[in-house]
Design a binder for this molecule. Structure first.
Ligand SMILES: [Zn+2]
Length: 74
């Protein structure tokens, strides 16, 4: 993006600099969900949990805590 960076000091931050991995910066893993073989990442600001299979390739898909409970109970 900034290969032609003639004004580095005054350049506004790029999106890449601001959020290298925003999906990982505020995460925590819910153990019960992880033990069920799921990703279990929790999005702390919302309290939602990812119930996709562990080590799923794409980004996390967060669901409501109640929905996560159902997945764990399966
Ligand atoms: Zn996930």
């Amino acid at each position: 993006m900034n290969s032609h960076d003639h004004n580095a000091f005054d350049s506004p931050r790029t999106a890449a600099e601001q959020g290298t991995r925003p999906d990982l910066s505020s995460l925590h893993v819910r153990e019960d969900v992880a033990m069920a073989g799921r990703c279990g990442n929790v999005h702390l600001p919302t309290g939602r949990t990812c119930t996709l299979p562990a080590r799923h390739p794409a980004s996390c898909h967060f669901v409501e805590p109640d929905d996560a409970e159902h997945v764990v109970a399966q």
